[in-house]
Design a protein around this ligand. Structure first.
Ligand code: HMN
Length: 298
């Protein structure tokens, strides 16, 4: 459990100029994040545009990341997919590649009863010997994990943690209280990293970490040494940046990818229906956000 602690960026989909998954760019993003000092990678989640990629593309990304970071960083494979069959196939492949743990969102599109959600997650767990991290992200899936289903899931010893992206910090506290000391709760809302850690999260997985890993690493350092005034001040810088990233045309992921280009790593653009940042937002606001990041790091 100790080994899963730290700052774990959600890995981005890395495309070439024609929009295909790029091996070179995937590996470049791995090296970039490794050099920044993060502890692990969460591969193929929302930030990995999992919902917009086919199985072959998702497998290729899992493979390139493992080739470049196996043994250097903790690797978590997000294997949630529209069907149980595809999720299980990805889970088995991630195990073959030597991933440290699996994770998955609940089923999407159809509103299914909790019995089906339980069965979906359990099928993934039964398919491999890997530990499993439940992923609760009601904003995108429409399902908010109940304490009742949570309690049933953690009876399975493979369930070592939950990545909680719902906004109430209370949810983090409740999952930690029910899960116990050795159960890992990952903070999901980046805007509340510091509060999440204080109320019970042991570590963090987030979609904006890769854009500004330095700030989350610093926030973590201040939280773990009890320097709360400084932790709060970094959280404010982070939140100014998240709000700026979310205020451009396109969407947060295309904005982050443009910022990354200016920070020295090109992972291409986003895949439709996600749209790229354009016009003045691209030409003046993206460089301004890059400058804000540099100022916050200094
Ligand atoms: C992932 O699965 O790739 C992300 O880690 C998801 C993550 O929890 C993000 N949540 C949502 O997108 C709803 C956050 O990191 C989010 O991007 C951040 O808090 C900014 O709003």
């Amino acid at each position: 459990v100790e080994k899963f602690k730290g700052i774990i960026p959600a890995f981005y989909a890395c495309y070439d100029e024609t929009g295909d998954v790029s091996e070179a760019r995937t590996k470049a993003l791995c090296s970039y994040l490794f050099d920044k000092g993060v502890q692990g990678l969460y591969v193929g989640g929302s930030s990995g545009e999992c919902i917009y990629q086919n199985l072959e593309e998702r497998k290729a990304t899992l493979k390139y990341v493992a080739e470049s970071m196996k043994g250097k960083l903790i690797l978590i494979a997000h294997v949630g997919a529209p069907s149980t069959r595809e999720s299980v196939e990805l889970a088995k492949y991630a195990e073959e590649l030597g991933y440290d743990a699996l994770s998955a969102i609940p089923p999407i599109y159809f509103k299914l009863p909790e019995s089906s959600i339980y069965k979906y997650w359990t099928s993934i767990m039964d398919a491999t010997g890997l530990p499993f991290i439940i992923y609760n992200i009601p904003q995108t899936t429409g399902y908010n994990l109940s304490l009742n289903l949570f309690g049933k899931l953690i009876e399975n010893k493979k369930v070592i943690g939950v990545k909680n992206s719902s906004m109430p910090a209370l949810d983090i506290e409740r999952f930690k209280a029910a899960g116990g000391e050795n159960f890992i709760v990952f903070n999901g809302p980046d805007e509340q990293y510091v509060s999440g850690r204080l109320i019970g999260a042991d570590a963090g997985i987030g979609g904006t970490y890769a854009a500004m890993p330095e700030l989350y690493l610093k926030a973590e350092q201040y939280v773990s040494t009890g320097n709360f005034a400084k932790a709060r001040s970094i959280q404010k810088d982070i939140n100014d940046l998240i709000i700026a990233l979310c205020s451009l045309n396109g969407n947060m992921y295309s904005a982050i990818k443009e910022v990354l280009k200016l920070r020295g790593v090109n992972v291409g653009s986003v895949r439709g229906p996600l749209e790229p940042v354009t016009g003045d937002d691209l030409e003046t606001k993206i460089p301004a956000i890059r400058d804000m990041i540099d100022a916050a790091i200094a």
